[in-house]
Design a binder for this molecule. Structure first.
Ligand code: UN1
Length: 513
């Protein structure tokens, strides 16, 4: 019962009914546990992926290690050319891939297309970067000496990604890692394995067309046990992991135990501060998109609004009326604003969070609930809810991956709102709505927001790829995509060259023989 052109999209993306879930490029193999992917949109089976066994994993890593020996010797701008071709293929396949993202993950088709656009954008960024992997030159303290630094490829980069951005987060990592000269092994979320198959098919074709060896892009599939093959593996110098704080702590410890590097992009508890000088119309649009977009399943989703008492009632009323306009339903139908949650476990967490918020004294302003009846057969559709709460509630301190928005009130100076906004363990994204320059600058100052992302008159989600993406505290500290985030995918080497006929020692040390 597939409609909205899903069957056609799957064909264009080379997805089969049963897919081998381990791939080194053109070679696909499988002998692990089977994962079936059901759509949260209509509950239908999309396809099956046979997971990665330990033997499959060994084969993939050995192939990746061999490929690295070739790939690291190819000049970076030529590696950039491969990423350029990958970006071209993504442009051609934007619609089917966006559709698959929407169907397997449940986000709206527009957001699915937006996610593929992020992939295209990071490819363009990486192509330019391939000629700009710059190091510095230094002045040596010794005569006729030269010092400089260069960046070399690291080796195999292990990528563990989450269901909510099933394709873009992989490409943020791979597009940069590939121009940096690394090879990549990717374990997509076991909730969105078909997106993984589709992406691997696309890059495999580019690599094949360029007669490049197997192993530059590898795919593995499975749950945390397959992830563990990578986190414990000394042959993988960098693990980039996106997901919950709980998962991140386990990954970080396993990687640190072998002194590997990890790049962590974990939970957020993102707030928008709304000051008396805010533009209310912009605030409402930003807050509603931030809270209900992707059904509240972005790490950048708006979870808290910290509103000044002077405008509290006005903002509250505007929000409640905006929520009344929301259409919930099939995300491939462009008339709908809000699609389903990823699965029934997520629905249960959403329900428990709402119960807990009420138990802790929260007042429900917009009632939540699970939808049933025609169009909602998958059991994954829920109503976006708004709860008046206090920042000290345990449930407000947690990231619930669902469309629940907490309204918090502040009085007095903006510094009070900033203190509330910072008073959570997470530190990903934050925003202030104000036309008051002093408030905006205080929010952005060293004493302001403690998050990796701090916006003025923009919501908390929807970051552009040109900036470094990630956050502080229990968000994990990692930075992906733009700015100089590429540096983590390379090893820095400091080189000192003596072109004199003497061997003077640094720090003026005398050592006469
Ligand atoms: C995520 O939720 O894991 O800033 C990534 C945003 C998107 C990326 C979110 N560009 O909302």
């Amino acid at each position: 019962a597939l409609d909205f052109g899903i069957q056609e999209a799957l064909e264009k993306l080379g997805v089969k009914e049963i897919n081998e879930g381990t791939s080194t490029g053109s070679e696909n193999f499988a002998s692990g546990e089977t994962i079936s992917s059901y759509s949260p949109v209509d509950g239908a089976l999309i396809g099956t992926v046979i997971g990665t066994s330990e033997a499959d994993y060994e084969k993939a890593i050995a192939t990746a290690g061999e490929a690295f020996k070739t790939w690291r010797q190819i000049p970076a701008p030529q590696r950039g050319e491969i990423v350029r071709q990958f970006g071209e293929k993504l442009r051609e396949l934007k619609e089917p891939l966006g559709k698959l993202v929407s169907y397997e993950m449940g986000k709206s088709y527009q957001e699915g297309l937006g996610e593929v656009q992020e992939m295209i954008d990071i490819c363009d960024f990486a192509v330019g970067l391939s000629r700009q992997l710059h190091g510095l030159t230094m002045h040596s303290e010794r005569p006729l000496h030269r010092m400089y630094e260069q960046y070399h490829p690291l080796g195999i980069v292990g990528i563990i990604s989450a269901f909510n951005f099933p394709v873009a987060v992989w490409s943020w990592n791979t597009a940069l890692a590939w121009v940096c000269g690394d090879v990549c092994v990717w374990k997509p979320s076991e909730k969105t394995p078909i997106c993984g198959i589709a992406c691997q098919n696309i890059i495999a074709e580019v690599l094949r067309e360029n007669y490049l060896p197997e192993g530059i892009s590898c795919l593995i599939n499975g749950d945390y046990r397959v992830g563990e093959f990578m986190t414990k593996d000394k042959r993988i110098p960098l693990i980039s992991a996106t997901g919950s704080i709980r998962m991140g702590k386990i990954v970080a410890q396993a990687v640190a135990a072998r002194l590997g590097k990890s790049l962590l992009e974990l939970g957020g508890n993102n707030a928008i501060i709304v000051t008396p000088d805010a533009d209310i119309k912009m605030t409402v649009i930003g807050a509603v998109f931030g809270a209900v977009g992707t059904a509240g399943q972005r790490c950048t989703s708006t979870r808290r609004l910290i509103i000044h008492e002077k405008i509290y009632e006005q903002v509250k009323e505007a929000l409640v009326s905006a929520y009344g306009q929301l259409r919930i339903g099939n995300p491939l139908d462009q008339n709908n604003h809000v699609g389903p949650l990823i699965d029934k476990d997520a629905v249960e967490l959403y329900q428990k969070a709402l119960e807990k918020a009420e138990q802790e004294g929260g007042k429900v302003l917009v009632q939540g609930g699970v939808l049933d009846g025609p169009g909602y057969e998958s059991g994954c559709y829920v109503k976006p809810a708004i709860v008046e709460a206090d920042n000290s509630f345990e449930i407000v301190q947690e990231e619930t991956f669902a469309p629940i928005l907490y309204l918090l009130k502040y009085s007095g100076e903006v510094t009070n709102a900033i203190a509330t906004q910072n008073n959570v363990v997470q530190g990903l994204s934050s925003a202030i709505m104000t036309n008051n320059l002093r408030e905006a600058e205080q929010f952005l100052s060293a004493a302001g927001s403690d998050c990796g992302i701090a916006n003025v008159n923009i919501g908390t989600s929807g970051a552009e790829i040109g900036g470094a993406f990630g956050g502080e505290k229990e968000t994990g500290g990692g930075r992906e995509s733009g700015s100089d985030a590429w540096k983590i995918y390379m090893r820095r080497q400091t080189n000192t060259i003596n072109y004199s006929t003497e061997l003077p020692l640094a720090q003026g040390i005398k050592f006469d023989l």
